[in-house]
Design a protein around this ligand. Structure first.
Ligand code: UT7
Length: 343
């Protein structure tokens, strides 16, 4: 059975920087830089322009990851796209990305399978686990895993929505997971979910219980109340569960692997709130130099946070052969996961 390892990383964030002060000055949101920084650590986020889709952000990250892995798009055997902000309700963004990568063009078209993973903040880790299984089973040699989000299109950028609008930003990260006979790579995973809290962080604009699923006027045009249009969150419940679940799943994964926290060179946490990650680091006595964060610059980019961090670590020389890395995430669902790997 081959091992699965990350052979390439890439990332992309849109150039438009929106600071906390700009949320107030440009969008008229009753907030302050102090409130947001104190509670979350976020100083700015990126918003992409109208006309840009999530698959476009994913494409930029994917091209870099493919180049970094020193392969061509046609070497891919599978595309996995993690997002909660897909281009459309359906089909998934994976097929748009496949087409944009040029895989459907000309006589050499390669119609590789493409699937979307809808697991919000832990979507990248669920996708990485899926890619690893494909590679280890021999079903694929190279799998592209993308985490990308366009939150800016679906945030209530008014004072009514400030509890959520201040937290999220756009961005994309990608990795290529490849087969190797070398003794390295992705060592173990643990994934979990607790559907009792499915409504604690949700966007229910699409409500299939209704008939039709969105209320319509006499002309057949959709009418969506603000309470359904925008995401809802029980912030305190999410915060508490994030700390508990991320700490527990990380400990469980380390124990199962026979490693301790001291063995880990780099901890890459999902970037939902700097305070959540500081709690976890304090509880597990993880020194600050063993973590990196990007939430200050990008906000919460959901499925993109961990691949963005991985690319940053790779580009800055933090990942060398043998480096032991722990990845941990938690989010809507609730869903969570942890992965241990040896670079
Ligand atoms: O990937 C998973 C995604 N989400 C998370 O991990 C989020 C986890 N939760 C959190 O990080 C925190 O709950 C938040 C940072 C979201 C909120 O912090 P909090 O201390 O739980 O604040 P709160 O929601 O209880 O709000 C406290 C006050 C409220 O005002 P009143 O009712 O006390 O008058 C809010 O209206 O702060 C107000 N508020 C704001 N004020 C200024 C909420 N958002 C803002 C804002 N600026 N952006």
């Amino acid at each position: 059975m081959p091992n699965a390892y990350i052979s390439g990383t890439g990332s992309f964030v849109p150039p438009n920087v929106v600071t906390n002060d700009e949320l107030r000055e440009k969008y008229g949101i009753d907030t302050t830089n102090e409130w947001i920084v104190k509670r979350t650590g976020i100083e700015a986020r990126r918003f992409s322009e109208r006309g840009i889709a999530t698959s476009d952000l994913g494409l930029e990250a994917a091209k870099k990851a493919i180049a970094n892995a020193k392969i061509e798009p046609h070497d891919l055997d599978l595309i996995i796209f993690a997002t909660l902000s897909p281009d459309h309700a359906f089909p998934g963004s994976g097929v748009y990305l496949q087409q944009k990568l040029g895989l459907c063009d000309g006589p050499n078209a390669k119609f590789v399978p493409a699937l979307d993973v809808r697991n919000q903040c832990s979507g990248f880790l669920y996708s990485l686990a899926t890619a690893t299984s494909f590679v280890k089973s021999g079903a694929a040699k190279h799998v592209l895993v993308v985490g990308a989000e366009t939150h800016s299109a679906a945030l209530d950028l008014t004072t009514r929505g400030r509890g959520i609008a201040a937290l999220f930003g756009d961005g994309a990260g990608a990795v290529v997971v490849s087969a190797t006979e070398e003794d390295r790579g992705i060592r173990s995973f643990k994934l979990g979910a607790d559907g009792r809290h499915a409504d604690a962080l949700a966007q229910r604009v699409w409500d299939i219980k209704k008939r039709p699923f969105i209320d319509v006027d006499e002309n057949g045009n959709g009418l969506v109340p603000a309470s359904d249009l925008w995401a809802n969150m029980d912030g305190k419940l999410v915060f508490k569960n994030a700390v508990e679940r991320m700490t527990t799943v990380l400990m469980e994964t380390l124990l199962a692997q026979g490693w301790t926290g001291n063995d880990i060179d780099l901890f890459l946490f999902h970037q939902a709130n700097l305070r959540i990650n500081q709690y976890i680091a304090d509880m597990l006595a993880i020194p600050p130099e063993k973590t990196i964060h990007n939430i200050q610059r990008y906000g919460n980019t959901t499925a993109a946070t961990i691949p963005l961090l991985l690319d940053e670590a790779n580009q800055t020389g933090r990942l060398t052969p043998g480096t032991k890395v722990a990845l941990v995430a938690f989010g809507s669902g609730f869903t969570w996961g942890s992965c241990l790997l040896e670079w």
